[in-house]
Structure formats: C-alpha cells, structure tokens
Design a protein around this ligand. Structure first.
Ligand code: NAD
Ligand code: DAU
Length: 346
C-alpha cells in the first residue's frame, strides 16, 4: 500500500505515521506538511530513517505541488489530517482556518478526482454536530450545527468531500473523532496545557465553570480506527470515532493534578470561550459493528502515560513553546476578558 498523509507532522498525523510504518504492508508513505506552528519534524524522528518514508514540506493549498505528488506517488490512499485544528485560534483569527481547512481540502479533492483509484480519508471531528443536550448522542445522520469558525470549516469540508463521492465517485470516507489526547500534542490544547502548567506549578486556566463535557479518545485508539477504515471502510460513508469516556473539563483537570501530585489551588476559573459548546457526545456503533474496532485505552491509564511523556520530554515542550506560542498565549490568556470583549464587538 502507498499512502499520502497530509498534516503528518502534527499530533494525530505523526502518531498515525509512526503506527502504520510498523506494518510491512505499507510500501511507501509520503507526508505532505507545511510545518505551521503545530507541525514538528521531531514528531517524526522515530521514522526518519525508514526507507519507505519521505517528507515533503508544502502547503495543501498549492495545487501544482499536490498534483505533482499525486501523479508521482499514485497513492492507494490519501489520509488527510492537515488542518488548523485549534478552536481558540480559529476564534482569534479565522482566516487561516478557512484557507487550509476548506480551500486546502478542495485542492486535495481535485487532485484525488484525477487519480480516482485513491481512497480519500477525510479526518474530521465530532464538533461538527455542535453541543448536544443530555442524553442525546450523535450518530452519523445527526444534523450539523457547528459553533466555531473551526468546526464550521470542518463541517464545510466534510460536505465538500462527500459531494466528491456523490458527484465524481471519488472514494471518500469521512471520519468524525472526539477529543484526542496523548504524547506529542501541542500544549495549546486542554490536556497538554494543563499537564505542562501543573508540572511548572503555574495556574491552570479553566474556561467558564469547567462543566463543559468532552469525550476523550487516546490518540493511538484513533489511529487504529483509521487503519481499520483503510481496510474495511465503505466509500461514501461517515464514521464516528469516540472514546466512550465523557467527562467535564474540571474533572479532567483534577485528575491531572492528582497524577502530578499538585494542589487544586492551582485551578483558576477564567472568562469562558465565546460560543463554547457545552457537551459533545458520539455514538461509535457504526465503526464498531463494521470493523470490530473499539477504543481500548482506559482514560486514567492513557492520562498517566501522557503525563509521563510530558515529564520526560520537557525539551520538546520548551522548543514548541518558544517563539510564536508566546504571542498566542498572551492574546488568549493574559487580559483574556478584555480581548474577548474586543473580539465580539468588532
Ligand atoms: P495539529 O494542529 O496537531 O496538526 C496539524 C498539522 O497540519 C500540522 O503538522 C501542520 O503543520 C499541518 N498543516 C496545517 N496547515 C497546513 C497546510 N495548509 N498544508 C499542509 N500542512 C498543514 O492537528 P491534530 O490535532 O493532529 O489534528 C489533525 C486532524 O484531526 C485535523 O484535521 C483535526 O481537525 C482532526 N481532529 C483533531 C482532533 C483532536 O482532538 N486533536 C479530534 C478530531 C479530529
Ligand atoms: O472534539 C474534537 C475536537 O477537540 C477537535 O476537532 C479539535 O481539533 C481539538 O482541538 C479539540 O477541540 P476542543 O475545543 O474540544 O479542545 P481544547 O483542548 O481546546 O478544549 C477542550 C475543552 O477544554 C473545551 O471545553 C475548552 C476547555 N479549555 C481549553 C483550554 C485550552 C479550558 O477550559 N481551558 C483551556 O485553557
């Protein structure tokens, strides 16, 4: 099997690349990644010397480059992770989100249309369903009600990808996963940010009342689900991928403090995220029934492994937080209330 993996230097994409190169069936794998603030070649260091792997630095919006790669490689599958993935950044600055998540996906789909043999796995999110009241859980036919620029861009790109199946018969699969966590996650997201702050005895900023519920999926479980769909997924279909572990944010933060041995006095309640979805909940029955996949990692075990990784990789954290991250951190956390008021008004 020959694979083109977009966004393979990011958190989930790199976990996927590290995992699938363990499988001898993969003959060739090309990563296409722009190396934005979230992309990091250190994440791919464990596979750097694998002769089947090649890294191409480039933008998925660059149609000529994408066409050339597709023509050269003639992949059996494109696994499309590349995205602007952070909700808070999409609120502060929506333009890059629409450029990469919508136009970039369009460019890739156009190239896939000219290479119709390639399965196109579009990696999307449970956020497209929006906030769900108890006890509802979204199956794949649930209406789309995205709240943030990020989730709206993902919902739009999901529909675009599905239209290429209906109209052009490009064999597209759309996956919608819940919140991932694990090693190598950029420390702007809840779990790695809270782990890093706890380890440094810094305040842990919880948005609103901390009662917002997310469903947590260990990144390797997500990658196994994607690998199962490469083999058994049906083109034209959507598959939810949930962790079966719904928890309020405050509970997640408390567990991190317990594992790191730090006091709850580090918790700070801060101004809520605008448009903050209260609760996500997914049904993963379809993928479970069709492929036999199930999430396997118990949350406390996954969290312990994740904390241990961040404890052992403080250099990685320091390097990814140098430079651009400081500007983002100041904008999102220092003077947060005034910044959010300003954003909503203009
Ligand atoms: P990430 O932010 O860690 O990585 C994104 C990667 O895409 C980076 O390597 C970045 O350099 C690359 N990239 C960004 N713009 C690009 C462009 N224009 N051209 C080429 N490369 C570009 O993201 P992640 O958390 O690994 O998420 C990967 C995918 O999974 C995204 O599509 C996201 O929407 C989806 N997803 C994420 C989660 C989660 O909890 N993190 C859950 C469900 C779905
Ligand atoms: O649900 C899947 C989605 O999960 C993915 O599609 C996104 O790419 C991914 O970023 C993630 O989105 P969230 O917005 O749910 O993740 P985040 O880690 O930013 O926030 C998780 C929850 O924690 C959310 O309710 C907001 C809250 N939060 C987050 C941060 C960064 C805080 O309370 N404080 C924080 O500092």
């Amino acid at each position: 099997m020959k694979l083109l993996v977009t966004g393979g230097a990011g958190f989930i994409g790199s976990a996927f690349v590290r995992m699938v190169l363990g499988d001898r069936k993969v003959r060739e794998l090309v990563v296409l990644d722009k190396l934005t603030y979230a992309g990091n070649l250190e994440n791919l260091a464990p596979v750097a010397n694998d002769p089947r792997y090649r890294f191409v630095r480039g933008d998925i919006c660059d149609a000529a480059l994408v066409e050339q790669l597709m023509a050269e490689l003639r992949p059996d599958a494109v696994v499309h992770f590349a995205a602007e993935s952070h909700v808070d950044r999409s609120i502060l600055s929506p333009a890059p989100v629409f450029e990469t998540n919508l136009r970039g996906t369009f460019v890739l789909l156009e190239a896939a249309r000219r290479n119709p043999a390639a399965l196109f796995v579009h990696v999307s999110t449970d956020e497209v369903y929006g906030s769900l009241p108890e006890p509802l859980e979204a199956d794949e036919n649930f209406p789309l009600r995205p709240s943030s620029p990020y989730s709206a861009s993902k919902a739009g790109s999901d529909l675009l990808a599905l239209s290429y199946f209906t109209t052009y018969r490009v064999p597209v699969i759309v996956t919608r996963a819940s919140n991932n966590y694990g090693p190598y996650q950029f420390p702007e997201k809840l779990i790695p940010l809270m782990i890093a702050h706890a380890l440094e005895d810094r305040p842990l900023p919880v948005y609103g009342d901390g009662g917002h519920v997310r469903d947590w999926l260990y990144v390797e479980d997500h990658c196994r689900a994607l690998a199962a769909l490469l083999e058994k997924g049906r083109p034209g279909e959507i598959y939810n991928i949930g962790g079966n572990c719904a928890l309020p944010n405050l509970e997640v933060v408390r567990r991190i403090l317990r594992i790191t041995g730090k006091p709850e006095s580090l918790i700070r309640f801060v101004t809520d995220r605008p448009g903050h979805d209260r609760r996500y909940a997914l049904s993963s029955r379809k993928i479970e029934q069709e492929t036999g996949w199930k999430p396997e990692t118990d949350f406390d075990e996954g969290l312990r492994r994740t904390v241990a990784w961040y404890q052992q990789n403080t250099g990685w954290v320091e390097r990814v937080r140098s430079g651009e991250y400081q500007r983002y951190y100041e904008q999102n956390y220092l003077n947060r209330e005034a910044e959010i008021r300003r954003l909503i008004r203009c």
